[in-house]
Design a protein around this ligand. Structure first.
Ligand code: FBP
Length: 343
């Protein structure tokens, strides 16, 4: 667990504990805790509840479809992307716990307005991951990571505070908006999952201490890109789906939203891969608010996360929206894929 977070060790709260109570128990276990981390987490949780409520009735509230704008990724912005981004920024900026934010939907670092305190944490997020699934009512999610600021306390934060490697993350998590809404997070020591009860309006501990299986039986990759992959990746996919004396054929599952494909991988094991290809030479997924937070969670659960050569958490970021290839999941499955993928 990073010593940089002002909250006590997770230990194991009984199933059914509210997220709020779980966080407060942790805070009380650390004498020097200031409540800043708990405060920030409560704001992220509130934003998730607001987004979740809008997602669940998206077809009724005129929020499906596009805004007409194009974001820094060159993607058509979905109305829900925009709503989720605005909800997180407006819920967190006034809280006094962060000094700068980074979002998939915003080209530049998001400064905290001068009328609010400039806090000690840095928040990065993908407000709505899996945008392509919004209009077809398939699972989507929000991904986030929290670092400590590097710049002097008290003043505004900067790009430098955002360009930090994943190994210095103090907490990361995601919310998946699916058949039920779940929030999964870690401060590096263990991974806990909470299920949302809309009747009560609270997240309750349902999946304590998630451990990814050492090996799974599922691989997850967009095979539609087969012909734009390097030979190594093609050979790996041909191998993994072919039964042999040493292993059965793996099953393919691809939801098309990294957050949902990795939620399944955390619980069931297996591997999720988005390699570089002739269209995306550096990969498609973004390092700071997609790959790094998910790598932090998967490693905390006993898994592995690589860009094909390096540990994703050791990549030194140079740009806010930089991309990276991703090989992430059960340690034995990632090791197999890297044997094929390695140049
Ligand atoms: P955004 O929706 O946040 O832009 O995320 C990218 C993403 O949708 C991932 O969630 C998903 O794994 C991947 O892109 C799907 O890409 P493709 O359609 O190329 O397989």
């Amino acid at each position: 667990m990073s010593s940089r977070v002002s909250i006590g060790p997770a230990e194991t709260s009984p199933v059914g504990t509210t997220l709020e109570r779980h966080l407060l128990d942790r805070q009380r276990r650390m004498a020097e805790a200031t409540g800043d981390f708990t405060g920030l987490f409560q704001q992220i949780t509130l934003a998730a509840k607001i987004i979740g409520s809008r997602v669940s009735k998206a077809g009724l509230s005129g929020i499906l479809g596009r805004t007409g704008a194009t974001n820094v990724q060159g993607e058509q912005v979905q109305k829900l992307d925009d709503f989720a981004n605005t909800t997180i920024v407006s819920t967190v900026e006034a809280g006094g716990h962060v000094c700068v934010m980074g979002s998939e939907e915003v080209e530049e670092p998001i400064a905290i307005p001068a009328q609010y305190p400039q806090g000690k944490y840095v928040l990065q997020f993908d407000p709505l991951d899996g945008s392509g699934n919004i209009d077809i009512n398939a699972s989507i999610g929000t991904i986030f990571s929290i670092h400590r600021r590097l710049s002097p306390e008290g003043g505004p934060g900067s790009l430098g505070d955002l360009l930090q490697p994943g190994r210095d993350i103090v907490a990361a998590g995601y919310i998946v908006y699916g058949s039920s809404n779940m929030l999964v997070y870690s401060t590096g020591d263990q991974v806990d999952g909470f299920t949302y009860d809309p009747g009560v309006g609270e997240f309750f501990l349902s999946h304590p201490k998630i451990r990814i299986p050492k090996r799974g039986g599922i691989y997850s990759i967009n095979e539609g890109n087969y012909h734009s992959w390097d030979e190594g990746i093609r050979n790996w996919v041909d191998w993994i789906k072919t039964p042999s004396e040493t292993k059965p054929a793996y099953r393919l599952r691809y939801i098309g939203a990294m957050v949902a494909d990795l939620h399944r991988t955390l619980l069931r094991g297996g591997i999720f891969v988005y390699p570089s290809d002739t269209k995306n030479r550096k990969g498609k997924l973004r390092l700071l608010y997609e790959a790094s937070p998910m790598a932090f969670l998967v490693e905390a659960s006993g898994g592995t996360a690589s860009d094909g050569k390096n540990r994703i958490l050791d990549i030194e970021p140079t740009a806010l929206h930089q991309r990276t290839p991703v090989f992430i999941g059960s340690p034995d499955d990632v090791a197999d894929a890297l044997r094929f993928a390695a140049p």
